[in-house]
Ligand binder design. Structure first.
Ligand SMILES: [Zn+2]
Ligand SMILES: [Zn+2]
Length: 154
C-alpha cells in the first residue's frame, strides 16, 4: 500500500469537503475548536450538513482533492518505475543492449490546490466545537456534522 502525503490548504482552519451523496461542498474545521468537552469522542461517520447522509471520515474529498491525490499517487508510481529502469540501465551498461531513460516527463507536479475564503461559518447548538462553513445561499435547516441533528441557520 502506497501512502501519499498531500498538503491541502485551509481557509482559517476550515477544510473544503464534498458530500459523496449530494455532491454539495462545505468546509469542516480541521480539528475541534477549543471549547470541545474532554469526554467528546470522534464519530465514526460524519453527517452532511445539507442532505443529512453519513459517510466515514475519508469519503469527503472534493473532486479537486481526489484528482490531486491521484496525480500524486501516479507520480510516485512513475518514480518507482523509473528507479527500476535506472537500475536496469546500470546493470546493462557496457553490454549489448543499452537502456536509456529520460526522466523529463515523469509525472507532472500536481496542481497546487487553492482555497478561497468563502462560505459562512455556522455552529450547531449540540456540537458547537465542530463549526462548519456552508454555502451562503443555503436557507434550509442544516444537519449537525457530528450527530445529524437538524438545526436552523441564523
Ligand atoms: Zn450531502
Ligand atoms: Zn450535534
Amino acid at each position: 500500500m502506497m501512502s501519499i502525503s498531500m498538503s491541502v490548504p485551509l481557509d482559517h482552519g476550515f477544510l473544503r469537503r464534498e458530500c459523496p451523496h449530494c455532491e454539495r461542498q462545505f468546509k469542516w474545521h480541521h480539528g475541534p475548536i477549543e471549547s470541545r468537552p474532554k469526554d467528546a469522542v470522534d464519530p465514526d461517520v460524519y453527517f452532511c450538513p445539507y442532505c443529512g447522509e453519513t459517510a466515514p471520515l475519508d469519503h469527503w474529498l472534493t473532486k479537486e482533492q481526489a484528482e490531486c491525490a491521484q496525480r500524486l499517487a501516479l507520480g510516485d508510481g512513475m518514480r518507482l518505475l523509473q528507479d527500476e529502469f535506472e537500475q536496469l540501465e546500470r546493470k546493462t551498461r557496457g553490454g549489448m543492449i543499452q537502456f536509456k531513460f529520460e526522466s523529463a516527463d515523469v509525472g507532472e507536479p500536481p496542481l497546487p490546490l487553492h482555497e478561497p475564503e468563502d462560505m459562512m461559518v455556522v455552529q450547531s447548538p449540540c456540537h458547537p466545537w465542530e463549526p462548519i462553513k456552508i454555502d451562503q445561499s443555503w436557507s434550509e435547516p442544516l444537519h449537525c456534522l457530528v450527530c445529524g441533528s437538524q438545526f436552523a441557520v441564523g
